[in-house]
Design a protein around this ligand. Structure first.
Ligand code: 13P
Ligand code: SF4
Length: 319
């Protein structure tokens, strides 16, 4: 604890000295979430992380999350320095959607509007017409459908099929998934619901369809937080990364939050309910990058110019 406290003080001092601000996702370690808020930064979902970084005047953004979040910040603020505690922190959706194969998939469907989830590389974003995050995907695809668009969706098949069920849009899908949410299991969830008959079930839409079907509320990390605050219940079963528990519990002290079941237990399942890449973000790494300027995020300027278009569309749509 003494070492943690010393690291936190060092980070606070360095943030000031370097004119830097912290942007953290809800899935990173509670220390990094709290530090961001204590120092004038933000802890949020991926949509608000993008917006906050663009609008904040600090010249250095320190992004605690995964690679696509750092890249999105850089695309939106190319003049700023973007640092990350660990540049190897990525995402199974990003890894599972390589640029060249994705380009071929798009070329095979030239009549479709390309809608890409934020959890992708800068190059894949550059090939898209629209970017979405889980907090705005339904509204954006719904609006495109209303204008007669047929959709090519990538990369998360569960989120895509959820949106198709909700909007009735004509969609073709890339076959990607999140290794964390893909592990939630409907059969075991039904059993847990019997143990907690008054509990409400909160589900992130990267989860499989049979898990989503058991939900009382489906939505992005920020939508899950909102539902937990607003729903008149004391117990909640939560099907998303357990990094969310920190904010859920601190903002709702009288309520009980229970992790939704996954296939294995934590001894046999490496990614059960916690993203291994989000877990790579830590205090020591953060202090190191602030001190040395290491782990700067770079994106090819030609890609920035193209990737910015679909991201700006999303931010304007959700403004
Ligand atoms: P949100 O956009 O809901 O924060 O989700 C990001 C993510 O990586 C979910 O696994
Ligand atoms: Fe990617 Fe899933 Fe990790 Fe989110 S939780 S960063 S979608 S692997």
């Amino acid at each position: 604890p003494a070492e943690r406290a010393a690291l936190k003080e060092k980070i606070k001092r360095l943030l000031e000295e370097r004119n830097a601000v912290m942007v953290s996702h809800y899935y990173v370690h509670p220390d990094l979430q709290d530090l961001a808020e204590e120092t004038g930064g933000i802890v949020s979902d991926s949509l608000e992380m993008a917006r906050f970084g663009r609008e904040h005047p600090a010249q250095t953004l320190v992004v605690s999350g995964v690679k696509f979040m750092g890249e999105t910040s850089k695309i939106l603020s190319p003049e700023k320095r973007v640092l990350m505690p660990d540049l190897d922190a990525t995402c199974s959706l990003d890894l599972g959607c390589p640029e060249e194969e994705f380009d071929a998939f798009c070329n095979a469907h030239p009549d479709r509007t390309v809608v890409v989830y934020a959890n992708t590389s800068a190059a894949v974003k550059a090939r898209s017409d629209w970017l979405v995050t889980s907090s705005c995907a339904l509204d954006i695809v719904g609006a495109l459908k209303a204008k007669g668009h047929k959709i090519l969706w990538a990369p998360d098949k569960h989120l895509g099929s959820y949106i198709q069920r909700e909007t009735g849009a004509d969609m073709v899908f890339w076959n990607g998934s999140c290794i964390v949410h893909d592990e939630f299991k409907a059969f075991e969830l039904e059993d847990l619901k019997k143990q907690y008959p008054n509990a409400r079930v909160l589900v992130h839409p990267e989860s499989p369809a049979d898990v989503v079907a058991l939900a009382d509320a489906v939505g992005s990390t920020s939508a899950i937080l909102k539902a937990a605050r607003e729903m008149d219940a004391r117990e909640f079963i939560v099907a998303t990364d357990n990094g969310m528990m920190h904010k859920l519990r601190t903002l709702n002290p009288g309520k009980v939050f229970i992790e939704a079941p996954t296939a294995g237990n934590s001894a046999t399942c490496k990614s059960c309910a916690h993203c291994p890449w989000m877990a790579m973000n830590g205090l020591a790494g953060l202090a190191h990058v602030l001190e040395t300027g290491a782990n700067e995020v770079f994106v090819d300027p030609a890609i920035i110019d193209r990737a910015r278009v679909p991201i700006d569309r999303m931010l304007a749509f959700t403004a």
